[in-house]
Design a protein around this ligand. Structure first.
Ligand SMILES: NC(=O)c1ccc[n+]([C@@H]2O[C@H](COP(=O)([O-])OP(=O)(O)OC[C@H]3O[C@@H](n4cnc5c(N)ncnc54)[C@H](OP(=O)(O)O)[C@@H]3O)[C@@H](O)[C@H]2O)c1
Length: 224
């Protein structure tokens, strides 16, 4: 029997909540023979399929060969608290992903899978949904065979750092999760691991064109 050809993947944000879960799915699944993790400091992890590339993200252009893969997964992101300025946040949330996407597309990558956010809207008057909307717009202009955009609601999961807003949100959802039914289901908080699993599964579906996934849809795909 003919052996199925294995793919290669690149992941950015592999030290984060969604990215780290996704990295494990990519490494443990049968579909990928090599998984390159683009990081700014080492993950301190060993796996026969893992190729870690520690870089300064401002210098991506100088490492074009890294981007010659089949599937690209972008889980990058920061908070205004960490980034300190809107410009610095825009760089991480928009400029780096777009630059990665362009480099990967130039190198022949077929699929780009992105974590954006619920309510992403380039015309929003609120900074966070606005930059996520701009990000989606810019990525959608790049001619990949397939672009998959996750729009999760509040992400749940273990973090090393304390994020007051998210922890307060998590507490709220734990009390009132029964309210998030019917059309409100897309607002229900979602586990980072669930988003990661859906991304992994979507990448194997050989999709074409641009698809956007709400939290509700992400949950459904993760359970299939
Ligand atoms: N948190 C939520 O409730 C929520 C809701 C909806 C959507 N989202 C979006 O979902 C995505 C994933 O979220 P998450 O919670 O998994 O993110 P996260 O845990 O904060 O991880 C972010 C990743 O981005 C990397 N990163 C940050 N600044 C960087 C920089 N200057 N250079 C290179 N890498 C950098 C981090 O690397 P280091 O470890 O090196 O910092 C980390 O790997 C983000 O785009 C976020 O905006 C989040």
């Amino acid at each position: 029997m003919k052996e199925i050809e294995k793919k290669t993947a690149l992941i950015a944000g592999a030290s984060g909540l969604v990215g780290n879960e996704l990295l494990h799915y990519l490494l443990e699944g049968q579909e990928y023979e090599r998984v390159t993790a683009l990081v700014r400091s080492t993950l301190n992890m060993k796996h026969p399929k893992l190729e870690e590339k520690v870089i300064h993200f401002d210098e991506m252009e100088q490492q074009k060969e890294i981007f010659a893969v089949d599937d690209v997964f972008c889980c990058l992101g920061t908070t205004i608290k960490k980034a300190k300025t809107k410009e610095a946040m825009y760089k991480v949330d928009v400029e780096y992903p777009v630059q990665m996407a362009k480099l990967a597309n130039d190198k022949g990558a077929k699929r780009f899978l992105l974590v954006s956010s619920m309510n992403a809207n380039p015309h929003s008057s609120i900074f966070y949904p606005k930059i996520k909307g701009k990000l989606e717009e810019k990525i959608s202009e790049i001619p990949f065979e397939s672009i998959s955009i996750m729009r999760p609601s509040l992400l749940l999961g273990e973090r090393d750092e304390f994020r007051f807003g998210e922890q307060a949100g998590e507490f709220f959802y734990s009390l009132f999760s029964f309210l998030f039914i019917g059309p409100l289901r897309k607002y229900k908080a979602i586990q980072g691991r669930t988003v990661a699993l859906a991304m992994y599964k979507i990448a194997q579906m050989n999709k074409r064109g641009i698809d956007i996934y709400s939290s509700e849809k992400i949950e459904q795909i993760s359970m299939k």
